[in-house]
Design a binder for this molecule. Structure first.
Ligand code: AMP
Ligand code: GLY
Length: 422
């Protein structure tokens, strides 16, 4: 069987690595991939243009691809899954309509209200003047969110009215997020601890994945700018059994049912970003994909076949599916390039002393292969991921793996997993 994974990050390296472990899989293609996927056993990169759906389709037919897994949000929102399904290529991911849960904050917030899903109180605006007027009436801090996809940068936490005004100017007047900023959501600032809840969903059936917690801020102790995620660990003790059930009942089930009612049943990974305060939960956002870097520690713990899981979801067989996890804990530490999440350096040569020793795996993200050398090409460059009998051991092994990688300007958070050890 041949598999195609769409994307180029650490998440896609982990997805491809996991698929390649199946005996039934002959080869996994990753498009466009990174140096890690180019070097992985049974995995190779395909240089096709993923925004050209016809090219993707032709590649799938030529290579007899049995399953396509779409990693990032942009091709999902753009309708790649819809397109491939019309030509009967088995593709794991939501339709463009269902991906609006991530693709539009105004869509998702309206959806939450309509289907009774707990979330921060908000008002949406499609013009600067009325949004500016609203700023006079609300308490601070407040949160201003650009409507569309903004590579994780469209959420601005504003401590004062002046900061909120600056956010509106940058979104509406300076068009900092282009079309993603034609409307905004202004919502209440929530306090609490964040957790990610990620599941495989097919219509009204759900297989929750192992729990995890990300570290969004760039600096130790959660200070500094928000990033795509600087590290994650699994399981996350904050999501205990009671909260797990509450998330399924109050968030996931009404979302799945709501999408069915809207005529856009969900297929794919569905990721709820949650704020938890004294056992009460609110949805911050939905992502229509697996998290990055949550994928890396979660897949290190997955004992079942990912290929079988995706195919069961596509074929509506999730009711019979039993998912198996390793009892061990996993921790993944992102190694980033100097400057990230703002402008960062690129094309630095990487030295890797060890990458795959028992229960440890160095997933590549922003890397490329040039004349047999691994060069940095992105802000998040690696995710050093390891298993351990408990979180402490997983964390210490992940940091050992971090030490085996070096490049100019490399930095990482020193406290990934500490929240779970508290
Ligand atoms: P989002 O993309 O909506 O998840 O926002 C990115 C990050 O901004 C979240 O992970 C939170 O850290 C923060 N955030 C978003 N919305 C709120 C809110 N209403 N209150 C507090 N923090 C928020
Ligand atoms: N790690 C957060 C995300 O994937 O959006």
């Amino acid at each position: 069987m041949y598999i195609l994974v769409i994307g180029s990050g650490g998440r896609e390296h982990a997805l491809a690595w996991k698929c390649a472990q199946d005996a039934s899989v002959s080869e996994v293609f990753v498009c466009p991939g990174n140096a890690g996927t180019a070097l992985e056993n049974k995995v190779s990169n395909a240089s096709i243009d993923i925004s050209n759906f016809e090219e993707v389709k032709d590649f799938c037919i030529e290579k007899n691809i049995a399953l396509v897994i779409v990693g990032p949000e942009q091709p999902l929102v753009d309708g790649l899954v819809d397109y491939l399904q019309t030509v009967n290529i088995k593709t794991f991911g939501p339709s463009s309509a269902a991906a609006q849960l991530e693709g539009s904050k105004t869509f998702s917030k309206d959806f939450f209200i309509q289907y009774g899903i707990p979330t921060a109180t908000y008002v949406a605006f499609n013009n600067f003047d009325s949004a500016k007027e609203h700023l006079k009436k609300i308490p601070y801090p407040t949160v201003v969110k650009a409507d569309g996809l903004a590579a994780g940068k469209g959420v601005i936490i504003c401590q004062t009215e002046n900061e909120a005004l600056e956010a509106l100017i940058s979104i509406f007047k300076d068009q900092a997020f282009g079309d993603a900023g034609t409307s905004v959501v202004i919502e209440d600032f929530l306090i609490g601890e964040e957790a990610s809840f990620i599941a495989v969903v097919s219509k009204d059936k759900i297989i929750p994945l192992a729990t995890s917690q990300d570290h969004k801020a760039v600096g130790d102790g959660d200070v500094g700018l928000n990033t795509g995620g600087m590290g994650a660990y699994s399981p996350a003790p904050i999501v205990d059994e009671k909260l797990h059930q509450k998330i399924i009942d109050e968030v996931m089930q009404p979302t799945m049912q709501g999408l069915i009612t809207e005529g856009s049943p969900y297929l794919g990974f569905l990721y709820a970003g949650l704020m938890i305060n004294n056992g009460e939960l609110k949805v911050l956002e939905f992502n229509c994909r697996f998290g990055d870097p949550e994928t890396q520690p979660i897949l290190l713990r997955l004992q079942s076949s990912l290929v079988e899981l995706c195919l069961a979801a596509i074929d509506d067989r999730l009711n019979d599916y039993q998912i198996q996890w390793a009892d061990e804990h996993a921790c993944g530490v992102v190694i980033a390039s100097h400057g990230y999440p703002e402008d960062y350096t690129k094309n630095n040569e990487v030295t890797i002393k060890s990458s795959d020793v028992g229960g440890m795996k160095l997933f590549h993200a922003g890397t490329k292969l040039q004349s047999d050398k691994v060069l940095t090409s992105g802000g998040r460059v690696f995710c050093a991921t390891a298993l351990g009998k408990d979180l402490q051991e997983a964390q210490s092994r992940a940091y050992d793996l971090v030490e085996s990688v070096s490049f100019e300007g490399a930095f990482y958070r020193k406290d990934i997993g500490n929240k779970g050890l508290k």
